[in-house]
Design a protein around this ligand. Structure first.
Ligand SMILES: Cc1cc2nc3c(=O)[nH]c(=O)nc-3n(C[C@H](O)[C@H](O)[C@H](O)COP(=O)(O)OP(=O)(O)OC[C@H]3O[C@@H](n4cnc5c(N)ncnc54)[C@H](O)[C@@H]3O)c2cc1C
Length: 413
């Protein structure tokens, strides 16, 4: 296996390294470099402007829509160098990673012009309106309807688990637009404004006091007729593209989040002596090996994208990767709690301070439930085998598409 990158990719790597060295704050790479929460907040604002000036936000998007037109290989190198330097990239998951690329792939010219600049500049906040109370894994059973009334769609129904529903300006929402068609065929993918009378957002409060997702009720909500992405009743194919982006991002850098977190757990184990427990040591070694497997599988995914190779194994790579990292993370967070021992049974965060939770960025420690970063990550890890398609559903994909097992029996219509 040849793991070297082509020379032009390495040239580009030098360019990015130089830019990072010139633009990151003095002392960034030194041990013990620290910023207060206020300093960090001010710096992040300045940093985002620098990212814009450098053209590094959504840099693989075409130049005509405000991107930098980088090749896939250059995009990978860019992500690798930012991750290596620990430099934050703007993390607007719904805009940058999900709906932006979906609009670029399926949208009309008018939709690209209307929405892509706002996604790039971060002025439109998005949420994903797919799941419903009776349509999660079996998403195609969704019941929210959209009916045409003149130049507008009129939407009625309910969505659930809508992350960021309370801050979003727009929702990319799946609606039934043909009730007589077979269930996968009568769905459309709409871009609907959230700030209107017909949309009610009710936050769902979690066990830790935070409310990161919401129920969204549509009662005669209005959406412009032209905001259907990918054609009328073609929403299933468009939604699968979005879910593909959700499951398959950051091929060669995703492992770093886990590697950094594991280093933190090892440091804690050394500090409190847990590392002397041979069973803890075995679990740390197993976890380290799994992180390296993720790194290598990332390179595999990259090779697939670059060569355009298509076979059964490749079509399920997104599913196997999702199963692997989400289950790994639950295991390693159990390990982290065992490393913390009895002290981990109390909430270790400082209310009001910010914690950096790998993979989820910085979040304030809540007053009501002051978990520290490791404890928050432990709680989050429980959700990771659910969102973006549950581990069981991913196993069905592997069983059916790779192993050729019989398809699940479908209920009679
Ligand atoms: C943190 C988080 C954030 C989320 N954010 C969003 C969001 O922003 N927008 C959005 O639309 N949704 C979001 N979701 C919802 C998520 O997509 C759904 O929870 C997920 O698709 C599962 O659906 P469900 O919860 O209805 O569970 P169900 O589909 O009811 O599944 C229940 C259990 O049955 C199993 N199961 C179901 N069908 C099968 C089958 N055929 N074979 C084997 N086992 C099966 C599942 O694996 C699961 O264990 C989020 C979820 C979480 C946890």
């Amino acid at each position: 296996m040849d793991l070297t990158y082509p020379p032009e990719a390495e040239e580009f790597r030098v360019e990015i390294r130089r830019w990072l060295e010139d633009n990151l704050p003095e002392g960034w790479f030194d041990d013990g470099f620290e910023m207060t929460d206020d300093e960090r907040a001010a710096w992040l604002q300045e940093w985002t402007s620098k990212l814009f000036e450098g053209g590094w936000i959504c840099a693989t998007w075409p130049e005509e829509y405000g991107g930098k037109g980088l090749t896939t290989m250059q995009g990978v190198v860019l992500a690798e160098e930012f991750a290596r330097a620990g430099a934050p990239m703007r993390g607007d998951f719904f805009g940058d990673t999900l709906v932006g690329p979906t609009i670029l792939q399926w949208g009309t010219e008018e939709q690209k012009k209307a929405f892509i600049p706002g996604i790039l500049s971060g002025t439109i906040a998005w949420c994903q309106g797919f799941s419903e109370p009776d349509a999660g894994s079996d998403l195609a059973s969704l019941k929210t309807t959209a009916e045409l009334d003149g130049d507008e769609w009129v939407i009625n129904g309910q969505k659930i688990w809508t992350t960021q529903g309370f801050v979003a300006d727009y929702v990319f929402v799946l609606c039934r637009t043909d009730r007589d068609a077979p269930k996968h065929k009568g769905i459309s993918y709409l871009l609907c404004p959230m700030h209107q009378e017909g949309v009610e957002v009710r936050p769902i409060r979690q066990i830790d006091g935070a409310a990161e997702f919401a129920e969204v009720f549509f009662t005669n909500a209005r959406c412009p007729k032209d905001n259907v992405v990918g054609g009328l009743n073609n929403g299933w194919a468009v939604a699968m593209t979005t879910l593909g982006f959700e499951r398959g991002t950051s091929a060669t850098t995703g492992y770093r989040r886990f590697e950094n977190e594991l280093r933190g757990i090892m440091a804690r184990a050394e500090e409190n002596g847990a590392i002397h427990d041979p069973l803890i040591r075995q679990r740390v070694a197993a976890a380290w090996s799994k992180v390296q497997i993720m790194r290598i599988n990332g390179l595999r995914s990259l090779a697939v994208v670059l060569t355009g190779k298509k076979d059964k194994g490749v079509s399920a790579l997104g599913a196997t990767n999702k199963i692997f990292w989400s289950e790994y993370h639950q295991e390693v967070m159990e390990l982290a709690m065992d490393v913390l021992g009895m002290s981990g049974q109390t909430l270790l965060g400082e209310p009001g301070e910010e914690e950096s939770v790998p993979g989820y960025g910085r979040r304030p420690v809540s007053e009501e439930y002051p978990a520290n970063a490791l404890q928050s990550s432990f709680f989050f890890s429980r959700s990771e085998t659910i969102w973006g398609g549950t581990a069981e559903i991913q196993r069905n994909i592997v069983g059916e598409r790779v192993l050729g097992l019989p398809k699940e029996p479908r209920p009679a219509r």
